[in-house]
Every structure is written in structure tokens, then in C-alpha cells.
Design a protein around this ligand. Structure first.
Ligand SMILES: [Fe+2]
Ligand SMILES: [Fe+2]
Length: 502
């Protein structure tokens, strides 16, 4: 029998039980999961379906805290379940709205449901999660235009509409034509994306002279915080790390070269694991960025391969900590950072799935680090557009797959299978992906791996204009898809992420 746990902040009513003892009608106060960056489900919720219990079990969450003042105890009979909260949600208890009426980048103001292929409301975007391109793409892939909202949340939806209307009025009075985004913010965002490169504080050593200026970004403001000729103050460095602050350098050849030289001179030699891992990551980012400018360079291709070897090494040496070591902060959402993240996680997933041939891992890693190379040939302002893409823009962005392939095809130093992550990372097992609409039997394991990792990294990365999904929420969304991704690989991936220590 489970023990009653005294918790200073929650009083006597909190009880720790095994997840397998959870029943419908219990109120989950907290679920313990060491791999989540924030406590998950901090608001708590009443268990209303068996699937919710199964989800916790699937995520290897062994124990949960239940609140006896808000739900039943072990051994008590469940109370009737409130209808709108359950998965048996009936159409008559909902109203439907056009999904694209929601502003991209907003937080979902209500719970949104859409039907699965059996016609049941099983798919959900929970209130508070970000409405981002990946979610939009998932719905688009399935041809879903409308979502349903429980009638009980109508007041919330109406308040959202009023807020949008007020915003629209204000923008009109300010003389802006675009009702969705403040053009000044969009402009500032583009300038910031084009002019700065994010760096990691863990790559910096106290007492060293950097040779490049360092800027700190807080909200939309960017301030010079350290001058190139000064020595780095240890306290300042510690506070950057503690606050998980967004550090930037200018995208100028001298500054970028100075940063790379600094990494070679100071970071590479560090005996600290985190510094060494951040060297690999930071250096890889710079190399892929250079390769995108000059894809025919043999020197850069060799360096890229070396980066993949180094990334593989970090994962192998740190099987339960590489995630924290490599994903340094959430604000670094540049294409090349994403490329390095996707390579790291793809290699880790492949290893967890039993691929151990070094040559195979090297090809997968190379293909993953290059998977979005074609984005360098798509207008920058489309890649980082903080709002809805028009249909024409969407086609242009999708084109990055073919453009990337054209940049690399015929290059003798790239094995053919290493191009598979690039070619197939937007394909879906259902045949609804792009560019070739390949079905499951035509999608290589490299393509299956990179498709899962690509969406996972995009969802969990914070942007200037929208918040990130927590790992749990991103995994839930990916798990809830309908056969678009490889189920067995998802299961392996969930375990892999779960094993990561904070
Ligand atoms: Fe892509
Ligand atoms: Fe990608």
C-alpha cells in the first residue's frame, strides 16, 4: 500500500502512489519525472480516462502524487466523469471553428479537439500550448481545417476573439495593414536573426580575453555586455549561466572568426565535460554554417564529418547526460543550431534503436546535420517568418528539401544513403508528407528517425515570438499522431529522453 507523504507546501491531503494504482476520478497533483525541465502538469488534473493513466505509464513515470481533497483515494469508487473533459466528447457538446483563425505563435486559448480517422475526438491541442508551424503542418497534412472546442470553454474563446479584435483595432489606428503581426516587431526580429549568432556561455572561460564583443538579449532588447578587449569576469559568466541568458555575437566575419579561434584555443582544451561538449556543438554550428555558404568545399566537408564524429563521441561518452550538455539553452533557434541538434539526437536515437555500425551512424549523422542545408537557398525572411505563411510561401519553404539535395548531389565524398535524412525528413508514413509523398515501405529508417527528431527539436525550441513545448508535451503530440511517424522508434525515443538526467 502506498505511503502518505507529508509535503510542506501541500498539506496532509497529498499522497504518493504507484502510477499503476491510479484510477479515473483521482486528482493528480504532481507526477515525478526527472527528465523534464519544469515540473510537469503543475496545475494538476483529474484523471478522466484510462488513456491518461496509460500515457503516464508509457512515459515510465512510476509514481504520482494525488490530492485527496480534490479527487478519490485508492480503493474509493470513482465519481461520474464530467463529459467535456473526457475522450468520449460528443459533437453536440462542442462548437467548431476554423483552425487558421487562431493566430500562429499565440498560446492555444482553449482546448482544441479534432477527429481521428475513426471520427472520434481523440486529438487535442491543450490550452496553453503554442500554436506553431509544426502543429499547423500536422493538421494541414491530414486535411483538417476545423477544430472543435468544448462548449464549456466558450467564454474563453470569446475573450480571445475580443482580445484579437482589440489588437486589430489598435494596429489599424497605428496605420498597420497586417492584422496579425506588429510590423515593427517583425522588422526587429529579422534584424536580430540576420545580424546576430547565438553562442553558449559554457563555451566561455573566466579570465580569458575574448577578442569578440558579447551581447545580451532580453526580450526585444540587445545590449553590449562584454567588450572584445576585456577579460571575462567570472561572476558575470556565472550569472549568464544561472539565468540561462541569450548571448549573441555579431554576424561579421572578424567576430565569427574570433569566436572560432577562441573555441580552439580555450574551450577545446577544457577538462570540463560541459565545456568540451559545448565546444563540439558551437564549432559544429560554425562549420555547417560555412558549409552552407560553400557546399563544394572539400575542407569544410571533411570538417563537417569530423563534427559528426565528435557529436557521436559526446553521445557515447554521456549516454544519460548528453541532452543537457548539448541542448544548452532554448533560445538558440537558428537553422544551424537545429541542424546540430537533429544530428545529435538522431545519432542517439539510432544507437538506442540498436544501430551500432560506426559507418552507418556516420552516414546518418552527416545526413542529419545537412538535412536543412537547402534552407540557406530559401529567402531568410520566410524561414524565420513569425507568422502565417501564404500558400506560395509555404511551397517555397518546402522546396528546401530539393534545393538541399541539389547542393550536394554528385558530391563524391557523400555516400548516397547519407542523403536520405535530407530527402526524407518531411515524409510521413501515411504518404502525406513532402516532397515525394512516400509511403511507409519506401521510407528508410534514416528518414523515419530524422522525421521524428526534426519535429521534436522544432517543437521544443523557444522562439523570440513563441514559447516552446516542454519535452513531455512535444512527445505527447508526436505520439498522438496517426501513423505519420514510426511508432517503435517513438517508443525508443521516449525512453531515451526519459533516461536523461537534468
Ligand atoms: Fe526541413
Ligand atoms: Fe529541420
Amino acid at each position: 500500500m502506498a505511503d502518505r507523504v507529508a509535503m510542506a507546501d501541500s498539506g496532509e491531503n497529498i499522497k504518493k502512489i504507484r502510477t499503476s494504482d491510479l484510477r479515473i476520478g483521482m486528482f493528480v497533483h504532481k507526477a515525478e519525472s526527472p527528465w523534464l525541465s519544469t515540473p510537469f502538469m503543475f496545475d494538476g488534473y483529474e484523471v478522466s480516462s484510462q488513456t491518461e493513466i496509460q500515457t503516464l505509464i508509457d512515459y515510465d513515470i512510476e509514481t504520482v502524487y494525488i490530492d485527496l481533497s480534490r479527487g478519490i483515494d485508492v480503493g474509493e469508487t470513482p465519481r461520474p466523469i464530467p463529459q467535456a473533459e473526457t475522450e468520449g466528447l460528443k459533437e453536440k457538446d462542442t462548437f467548431s471553428v476554423v483552425f487558421t483563425d487562431f493566430h500562429l505563435a499565440d498560446e492555444a486559448p482553449v482546448d482544441m479537439y479534432w477527429k481521428d480517422s475513426a471520427g472520434e475526438f481523440k486529438m487535442t491541442l491543450k490550452k496553453g500550448l503554442a500554436i506553431n508551424e509544426e502543429v499547423v503542418e500536422l493538421l494541414k497534412t491530414r486535411g483538417i481545417e476545423k477544430v472543435n472546442i468544448p462548449n464549456t470553454q466558450k467564454p474563453l474563446y470569446e475573450a480571445y476573439l475580443r482580445r484579437i479584435e482589440r489588437m486589430r483595432e489598435k494596429q489599424k489606428s497605428d496605420g498597420f495593414a497586417d492584422a496579425f503581426m506588429d510590423p515593427r516587431k517583425v522588422e526587429a526580429h529579422y534584424n536580430f536573426m540576420n545580424d546576430y549568432h547565438a553562442i553558449s556561455p559554457y563555451a566561455l572561460m573566466p579570465g580569458t580575453k575574448t577578442g569578440f564583443d558579447i551581447f545580451v538579449r532580453k526580450a526585444a532588447l540587445i545590449n553590449l555586455s562584454h567588450k572584445a578587449d576585456d577579460r571575462l569576469d567570472g561572476d558575470k559568466l556565472d550569472s549568464w549561466k544561472a539565468e540561462d541568458i541569450n548571448l549573441l555575437i555579431r554576424v561579421l566575419k572578424e567576430e565569427m572568426d574570433a569566436y572560432q579561434a577562441y573555441l580552439m584555443e580555450h574551450t577545446k582544451k577544457s577538462s570540463d565535460t560541459k565545456a568540451r561538449a559545448s565546444f563540439v556543438r558551437e564549432n559544429s554550428k560554425l562549420i555547417v554554417e560555412s558549409l552552407a555558404q560553400n557546399p563544394r568545399s572539400e575542407v569544410l566537408m571533411r570538417e563537417t564529418k569530423q563534427s559528426v564524429t565528435d557529436l557521436t563521441d559526446v553521445v557515447m561518452r554521456n549516454p544519460t547526460t548528453f541532452y543537457g550538455l548539448m541542448k544548452i539553452n532554448n533560445y538558440d533557434y537558428y537553422t544551424f543550431t537545429h541542424s546540430v541538434n537533429v544530428a545529435t539526437l538522431s545519432i542517439a536515437l539510432a544507437m538506442a534503436a540498436g544501430i551500432d555500425d560506426p559507418k552507418e551512424l556516420a552516414d546518418l549523422g552527416l545526413g542529419s546535420i545537412l538535412h536543412d542545408l537547402g534552407k540557406s537557398k530559401v529567402e531568410n525572411n520566410l524561414i524565420n517568418k513569425p507568422g502565417k505563411l501564404t500558400d506560395i510561401e509555404y511551397v517555397k519553404v518546402q522546396n528546401h528539401v530539393i534545393l538541399g539535395y541539389e547542393m550536394l548531389k554528385g558530391n563524391k565524398s557523400i555516400p548516397e544513403r547519407a542523403l536520405l535524412p535530407l530527402l526524407q525528413h518531411h515524409e510521413k508514413l501515411t504518404g502525406n508528407g513532402y516532397p515525394f509523398k512516400l509511403k511507409a515501405d519506401k521510407i528508410h529508417i534514416f528518414g523515419r528517425i530524422s522525421a521524428i527528431i526534426d519535429i521534436y527539436d522544432a517543437l521544443t525550441t523557444e522562439r523570440a515570438y513563441k514559447k516552446a513545448f516542454r519535452p513531455f508535451d512535444a512527445l505527447t503530440l508526436i505520439t498522438k499522431t496517426e501513423g505519420e511517424f514510426d511508432k517503435e522508434l517513438i517508443a525508443v525515443f521516449i525512453k531515451l529522453i526519459h533516461k536523461q538526467e537534468k
